[in-house]
Design a protein around this ligand. Sequence first.
Ligand code: KG4
Ligand code: ZN
Length: 344
Amino acid sequence: MTTVLAIETSCDETAVALVQDRQVLAEAVASQISQHQVYGGVVPEIASRQHLEVINFLMAQVQAETGIRWTDVDGIAATCAPGLVGALNVGLTVAKTLAILHRRPLVGIHHLEGHICAAYLTEPDLTPPFLCLLVSGGHTSLVAVRDWQTYEPLGQTRDDAVGEAFDKVARLLGLGYPGGPAIDRLAQTGNPHAFGLPEGKISLPQGGYHPYDMSFSGLKTAVRRLVEQLPQPLPVADLAASFQYTVVQTLTRRAIRCALDQDLKTLVVAGGVAANRELRATITAAAAQHGIRVVIPPMRYCTDNAAMIGCAGVIRLSQGQQSPLSLVSQSRLPLTAVASLYAA
Ligand code: KG4
Ligand code: ZN
């Protein structure tokens, strides 16, 4: 058994978890949404300060709940890339300090690897290979997970990430931050076929379209035009439902086609947008028609959390990997460069 203390501070959630293999022993999360809401988005400086204010409290909470001493864990994992550097630094510095004090291995975790590993938490038998549709606030891609840590990107957005598109459209509709959950809620009462919106396709030089790449900025612009042209009061629920329908169709079509082409029998959907109810239902139904197994983590493990970082930490440690204490936070790092986080 491998037990890992995990810390996640890459954006606007401060989260600490104690994970043993695929089991979450304890977790504590402090959301900063109310602090950022008045600004309509995440303010990096406020995020860092807020992480600093609550992290010790969350660590104490997890310790009190489990009675564990940090000396007894097998390793200390923290998200170190990608994300807001000031925010990442808070969690990584806490992890390094504990690693030095208690002579435990430090394990830096790539945030997107964490999102993928969330799928292992509730599926004891899940193992690679599988296809992952990674849909978060800053990232949208189709990644073939060939082996525990071998990632092959097969398709991606050429412009906005899908979560970013949800947030921008929510702002256009006056729904505030965070936009994804607001659109998800409102779309329940709207007509998804009220407005025919364009699906962003990527043309290929030889003709036709890229089978897996996507684009969401044209869709966002189409919603903006409607908002400018339609008479008041705006049919906000219909607009939200039509936007969401178009996004979900785009993602589902690309993911199913990719899984079939690559002969991958399991499809994992991960990242904050995987919490979207319409996406969960549509992709599950479409995959069932093609005999593809779908794994979508429970909603609390789709959005940012430390349990997924702990699970990734357990896997890295089990493979004999740890990070040097000289590890630094990075705002960007492709998933294909994740090996650079570990000592040779
Ligand atoms: O993975 P995540 O928590 O943070 C990042 O790593 O980016 O994803 C946050 C994104 C935000 O853009 C948020 O609007 C979106 O996930 N999101 C949703 C839903 N819940 C969160 N989008 C659509 N429907 C939801 N229910
Ligand atoms: Zn995330």
